[in-house]
Design a protein around this ligand. Sequence first.
Ligand SMILES: Nc1ncnc2c1ncn2[C@@H]1O[C@H](COP(=O)(O)OP(=O)(O)OP(=O)(O)O)[C@@H](O)[C@H]1O
Ligand SMILES: [Mg+2]
Length: 350
Amino acid sequence: MEDEEAMEAMEAMEGAEDTEAFIELDGVEKVFDVRKKTGFLKRERRRVRAVDSISFSVARGEMVGYIGPNGAGKSTTIKMLTGILTPSGGRLRVAGIDPSRERTRLAHRIGVVFGQRTTLWWDLPLLDSYKLMRRMYRIPDTRYRHNLDRLVELLDLSALLDVPVRQLSLGQRMRGDIAAALLHDPEVLYLDEPTIGLDVISKAKVRDFLRELNTERGTTVLLTTHDLQDIEQLCSRVMVIDHGRLMYDGPLAGLHEVGESERTLVVDLERELPPIEAAPARVVRVEGPRQWLAFPAAESAAVLVARIAAEYPLVDLSVREPDIEAVIAKMYAEQAEKADRAEQAGKAIS
Ligand SMILES: Nc1ncnc2c1ncn2[C@@H]1O[C@H](COP(=O)(O)OP(=O)(O)OP(=O)(O)O)[C@@H](O)[C@H]1O
Ligand SMILES: [Mg+2]
């Protein structure tokens, strides 16, 4: 027994020190038992496989996007990585720690921001929440002061410290939450939709801050978002999850290729004209003098615009980025098709 404990301690130490994989998932599953009322006194039991055998690893200092449609299993994964939820199967380690078994020990090394709900005390001024965090995490005084000063400056919080959290705007509250998650110098930060509902300027501030945190302090970041621009601006690597399964793990550019995503150029012409001809772009919609052209996301919009401007009387234009849901939906459809074809091929052989 003692040997086993010693082994485990060694394993934990190895995991904590310069291992390649800082976050490691191996065949992780989470199944929820849901009871649904189907009639008077009648209940139906249903099993929801929220996370279905997911494996990946994240190295120390990486900044990885974790995306997927609603209900894909992203938040469930993050909850397992913090120890809030216990996996139904598989193996999971963060900094060498099994999150659900040693949640408190892990808490000192991770920071979490759930965009949908705050970890701050609603009725207290922001600063009081931070003081409570200092007590909870037993942050030494000098370190607390140093971190607070830095975070207040970088996240522009000085005017907000005396304001009760419930009076903060969404964007202010989010910045307050991010600071709260970082007061104890965590090595890894999980962000579950940190830019949800933020205006353009607040989003930019949060992104700048995260970039700096990652490059200057080497904090490992796992970022869940529905905003593809968050990923484009911050993450060199993206993982896509759908129906609890990992569909893609690689660079964002590769995702566009896999999903064959398209951008849309919307042009306003001087007058109604027949559909513009500018292959590989193709007109997908015409409304009076306005036309919508879909073109491969990898193509340069500038080149396309220049070509159209040279031949058509252009008044105005705008480019719409591919919608992340559409990219994923397309990718998912392709995966399903591939599986179908493989099955058909299998049948043909047998
Ligand atoms: N506590 C729970 N009990 C039962 N089912 C749950 C529970 N939490 C999540 N689920 C289910 O698990 C699946 C994955 O949910 P999850 O919250 O992880 O999705 P998500 O990828 O974060 O989606 P979103 O983009 O909408 O936030 C969904 O079908 C959801 O209904
Ligand atoms: Mg979620």
